[in-house]
Design a protein around this ligand. Structure first.
Ligand SMILES: [Mg+2]
Length: 336
């Protein structure tokens, strides 16, 4: 059977069965944003990895090496944020084709170093291997989390409120705008990287501070970072928590810059918000009793209530403006 016939979800399920049950020192194995290991009486150790492959996750025509390094770090740090933790150190493995230049590798490291400084996560080692024709970057990151702060994908209960930080679809919109252009100079890309929605794609942020503020203020029952897109990632909460959910189309936060980009691209802003990947916002659930608190609390970042957790048999429903409910398929960035 081909991997593309099975799909990423199916493959992970197969491998999870093959790996089997973990020993007691493993608090959480396959199935969350990070693996969770016993560390000491107060903290757990977090461990995660993520790879970026040229031509799949980035296109060098509009995605320079500096941003490859930045994004590799952010994607991993975001997974630590989703668990409620703080990053401790990163290991970078580079796969380089024969014609790679030293300056290009330095640029990747400059980007990684900038993220390392921003999020206080030192680069502590790595490996360099030869790759047949495409460049790839694989990062592994360790973090720690106070035991009482650990957030999993598996804690959502029917009746819980579904909420998300920031806004959705920006990264996909930015990428599609960049993709329409043939070649963009480095200088212009640098300027664009500070302007929405390009910034969401080129220079995404990990929501470490947001994660901390949410955990400090509310009883979060489950949390995940949005890397593959809302439609896809909500299914991960569904699988791990054994719940369904309804998502209100009209409540999805979409930035004006994303709407404008959608118009330019002839795309639906709703589809960008549902299926666009790499926004790295936090999707989380809180018990109903926390609703008033979260509505009234002043935070340094936007939080939107976008739906409700339902019993598992309901599946994942998308509710439109006329209250029609449709099943939402786990589509998103197709990796295979
Ligand atoms: Mg994740």
């Amino acid at each position: 059977m081909l991997v593309k016939e099975l799909g990423e979800f199916g493959l992970i399920e197969k491998l999870r069965k093959l790996v089997g049950r973990s020993p007691g020192s493993v608090v959480r194995g396959i199935g969350d944003d990070c693996a969770v290991l016993e560390s000491n009486s107060k903290e757990y150790l977090l461990f995660t990895t993520d790879a970026l492959v040229q031509g799949i996750h980035f296109d060098l025509r509009y995605f320079p090496f500096y941003f490859v390094g930045w994004k590799g770090m952010v994607a991993n740090i975001s997974d630590v944020a989703a668990m409620g933790g703080t990053p401790q150190g990163a290991i970078i493995t580079l796969g380089l084709p024969g014609n790679a230049k030293v300056e290009q590798v330095e640029d990747i490291y400059r980007g990684a170093k900038a993220a390392s400084k921003s999020y206080d996560c030192p680069i502590i080692g790595g490996d360099i291997v030869k790759s047949p024709n495409r460049l790839f970057l694989s990062l592994a990151l360790v973090g720690k989390v106070k035991k009482r702060d650990l957030k999993l994908r598996s804690g959502a209960k029917p009746g819980d409120i579904l909420a998300v930080t920031g806004d959705l679809g920006g990264s996909e919109a930015g990428m599609r705008l960049l993709r329409r252009r043939k070649k963009i100079g480095l200088k212009e890309l640098n300027t664009l990287s500070r302007k929405a929605p390009y910034s969401s794609h080129l220079r995404p942020r990990a929501r470490l501070e947001e994660s901390k503020a949410l955990i400090d203020n509310f009883a979060i029952s489950s949390m995940i970072d949005l890397s593959d897109g809302l439609a896809s990632d909500i299914h991960r909460i569904k699988e791990e928590s054994g719940v369904g959910a309804e998502i209100f189309e009209t409540s999805l936060p979409i930035a004006a810059s994303t709407r404008k980009a959608a118009e330019k691209l002839g795309l639906s802003p709703l589809k960008l918000a549902l299926f666009g990947g790499e926004d790295y916002e936090l999707l989380f659930t809180i018990p109903q009793r926390e609703l008033k608190k979260i509505q009234n609390k002043r935070l340094d970042f936007p939080v939107s209530i976008i739906g409700k957790i339902l019993p598992e048999k309901m599946g994942i429903l998308l509710v439109d403006a006329s209250y029609r409910r449709n099943q939402l398929a786990p589509k998103g960035y197709a990796h295979f």
